[in-house]
Design a protein around this ligand. Structure first.
Ligand code: VGL
Ligand code: ZN
Length: 212
């Protein structure tokens, strides 16, 4: 590993996606990513960025904002299809906090996303219209990052969209599979993995990064 060129991108390590918050958007096994990521933060990575899903209470990705719609339905928005979610990651709520057990000692930047009511933001790099940048790529280039390793919550949404954008933007990208949590069916995950591999994204595990 190279302290200057390698960065760990930790996507949405928030209780809102965990069994701690059963009425929000719990994802099976999401709690387990925190200790896995902490092992990476204690070892190979000198520097990390954390993203934080950060929605207003009336965010339009919430099914509750669309009368007659149910969570997990897909709605056509101005920028394309949008899955409607249960209310989650509401600004200032306990569930939206960064998980208190996450080791923050090497986290240089916390990037909040999804604040604009009209548009969701899965990727750390661009909002879901795929044109509005977050500034993260420019920040990373500014400090000399070339390789980005991605872990967190969830695949195939925020993790995979971030991986796709990072590759598109010219970084070397690796998804750390056993340090991610999956939302939805395995088939969607397999399809997303194939698409990312076609883009040149590598898939690895924590064992590839940590001494045995
Ligand atoms: C996410 C759905 C809605 C994620 C965020 O972190 O993958 N998924 N908001
Ligand atoms: Zn969200």
């Amino acid at each position: 590993m190279n302290a200057q060129e390698d960065l760990l991108l930790v996507v949405d390590p928030q209780p809102t996606f965990m069994a701690l918050c059963p009425d929000e958007l719990p994802v099976p096994g999401a709690e387990a990513v925190i200790p896995a990521i902490n092992r990476l933060l204690a070892g190979p990575f000198a520097r990390a960025v954390v993203t934080q899903d950060w929605h207003g209470p009336d965010h339009l990705s919430f099914a509750s904002q669309h009368p007659g719609r149910e969570p997990y339905e897909v709605l056509e928005m101005a920028y394309g299809p949008q899955v409607l979610w249960p209310d989650h990651a509401v600004q200032g709520s306990a569930g939206a906090a960064i998980h208190p057990d996450l080791d923050m000692s090497r986290v240089a930047l916390i990037l909040r996303k999804g604040m604009r009511r009209e548009i969701d933001s899965y990727s750390a790099f661009r909002e879901n219209d795929r044109t509005t940048g977050t500034g993260l790529a420019e920040w990373m280039r500014g400090i000399g990052v070339r390789r980005v390793f991605i872990a967190g919550i969830t695949r195939p949404y925020c993790v995979d969209w971030s991986a796709a954008d990072a590759a598109y933007l010219g970084f070397d990208v690796f998804v750390i599979e056993d340090a991610c949590a999956r939302l939805g069916p395995g088939q969607a995950l397999d399809e997303s993995k194939l698409a990312l591999e076609a883009q040149g994204v590598g898939f690895i595990t924590t064992a590839d990064l940590l001494p045995g």
